[in-house]
Every structure is written in structure tokens, then in C-alpha cells.
Design a protein. Structure first.
Ligand SMILES: Cc1cc2nc3c(=O)[nH]c(=O)nc-3n(C[C@H](O)[C@H](O)[C@H](O)COP(=O)(O)OP(=O)(O)OC[C@H]3O[C@@H](n4cnc5c(N)ncnc54)[C@H](O)[C@@H]3O)c2cc1C
Length: 230
């Protein structure tokens, strides 16, 4: 197991693994739950943890961007954005433990996906270490970047297959001026979208939504009875 504290250290670990043909498994918050961050049973794999790679490298309030390292916890980055008067729309159940690198490697969507898109949709630049140990510096804050191949999008969603994501430049949004919570109880999974489209609230953008089972909804309703319409 290795814990890289810098991009260079990650590159050195990857080079040694490549020389010895040892499988390398990047691990962020280990919240992915489908085994991608878990080594196999061969006993030969090296797990590369990104938890020490957790600096905020830059905040650019003119460009509405923040450059953060891959091991930063999502919730910490949300809070940093709020301090700068900004809003990071990625929100998911694991946000207190998952990392920016893991969010990018899985192109996570979360509850704001319908309105804002997946993590990759508001990521402008990336830094990564390739499988041969070479560092690729694509950390740019440009809204439009036509300089050759789009390597950034190759790494997003690659689940650690192509190398390690070490840092990202993320675009922020203006804080919604007002948030209103609405809750619908729907008899079947196909109903929520129709209910939403037919509701007067459809005229307003929906920054976050999530589907809950009946148990989850009952728990919610017991705490906020007035906000559940049937
Ligand atoms: C395909 C997929 C899609 C998902 N989509 C959603 C979603 O839309 N909404 C939602 O709520 N949850 C989603 N999840 C769960 C969610 O991805 C995780 O809870 C969280 O985003 C993972 O972050 P983590 O730091 O815990 O990563 P981990 O669980 O540690 O790792 C997840 C995967 O990313 C790789 N990885 C981790 N860090 C890096 C890195 N720095 N560089 C390269 N690879 C790395 C790991 O090897 C592993 O394959 C998804 C999971 C997967 C596997």
C-alpha cells in the first residue's frame, strides 16, 4: 500500500509498479461499492491511496474555478466553494468521504445531475499520471480548449484504468438565490418524471432531486410533514 503526498511521488510509485508488472489499484474514499478500488486476490497488487493528496492549489474567483488535488474530500471542496460565494453542484450520499479523484474516475452524477450534468461536465482541466509514470499536465481553466486531443475526457470515467488523476480544475456556479424543498409520493418508479413535468414547479429549475423508497419518504415526512404532497 502506498500513500502519495505529491504528484511526483505517485509517478515514482507507478514507475516501480510498471517495472515489476505489478497491478496498481487507485483508491480514493473507497465508497464506489463495486470493487473498482479493491485489489484482487493475487497478493501482488499495490493500492495507491490519494488521501494525502489533498491541497487546494488555487481559487480563481474571476474565472469561477478552483484547482484541487484528487484526494480532497468532496464535502470539503463544497465548503471551500461556499466560502468563496460559489456552488459546487455535485452532491451525493458519500460526499463526506468520497474524493474528487474518485468522483472524476467514476464521472459521478449525484442529485444535481439533471440540472448541472456529471462531474466531468464541470471539470475544465486535469492533471494525471499515466500508466508508464509520465505526468500529464492538462490543468487549464479554459471554457473552450481545442488544442489537440481531448485527453481530459479520456480519464474522466476511466475508473483508474488509464492512470491516476492527481488534480483537477473545477468550474463553480452561482449559488441558487432560494431553495425550496418539494417531495412527491409516486406509486411507481415511472411516475416521478411525469409528476415533475406536470407540476407548476416545472417552470423553475430543479437543482437537486433524488428518488426515495417508501421507507425513506416516510422517515422524511415524519420530520417535515408539511412538505410532502400526495
Ligand atoms: C461507474 C460508477 C458511477 C457512479 N456514479 C455515481 C453517481 O452518478 N451518483 C452517485 O451518487 N454515486 C455514483 N457512484 C458511486 C460514487 O462513484 C462514489 O461514491 C464516489 O464518487 C467514488 O469516490 P471515492 O473517492 O470513494 O472513489 P473510490 O471508491 O475509492 O474509487 C472508485 C473508482 O475510482 C478509481 N479512483 C479513485 N481515485 C482515483 C484517482 N485519483 N485516479 C484514478 N482513479 C481513481 C478507483 O480505482 C475505483 O475504480 C458511481 C460509482 C461507479 C463505480
Amino acid at each position: 500500500m502506498a500513500r502519495q503526498g505529491t504528484t511526483l511521488q505517485g509517478s515514482q510509485v507507478i514507475r516501480v509498479c510498471a517495472e515489476h508488472s505489478a497491478p496498481l489499484v487507485p483508491q480514493g474514499g473507497n465508497t464506489g461499492l463495486c470493487g473498482g478500488a479493491t485489489p484482487d486476490h493475487s497478493g501482488r497488487a499495490v493500492v495507491l491511496l490519494t488521501s494525502r493528496l489533498n491541497c487546494v492549489r488555487a481559487v480563481d474567483t474571476l474565472n469561477d474555478t478552483m484547482t484541487v488535488e484528487a484526494g480532497c474530500i468532496l464535502q470539503a471542496v463544497q465548503e471551500q466553494a461556499a466560502v468563496a460565494g460559489q456552488f459546487l453542484p455535485l452532491s451525493l450520499g458519500a460526499e463526506g468521504s468520497c474524493t474528487i479523484g474518485g468522483n472524476l474516475a467514476t464521472n459521478a452524477g449525484g442529485t444535481g445531475m439533471l440540472r448541472y450534468g456529471n462531474m466531468g461536465d464541470f471539470t475544465l482541466g486535469l492533471e494525471a499520471v499515466r500508466a508508464d509514470g509520465e505526468i500529464w499536465d492538462g490543468l487549464r481553466g479554459l471554457r473552450r480548449d481545442n488544442t489537440g486531443y481531448d485527453l481530459r475526457n479520456l480519464y474522466i470515467g476511466s475508473e483508474g484504468n488509464l492512470g491516476i488523476i492527481t488534480a483537477a480544475t473545477i468550474k463553480f456556479f452561482r449559488n441558487p438565490r432560494r431553495l425550496v424543498r418539494r417531495c412527491w409520493r409516486c406509486p411507481a418508479p415511472s411516475k416521478p418524471l411525469r409528476s415533475w413535468c406536470e407540476s407548476p414547479s416545472h417552470r423553475f429549475p430543479c437543482p437537486h432531486w433524488s428518488a426515495q423508497t417508501d421507507n425513506g419518504l416516510s422517515a422524511f415526512a415524519s420530520r417535515r410533514p408539511s412538505s410532502v404532497s400526495r
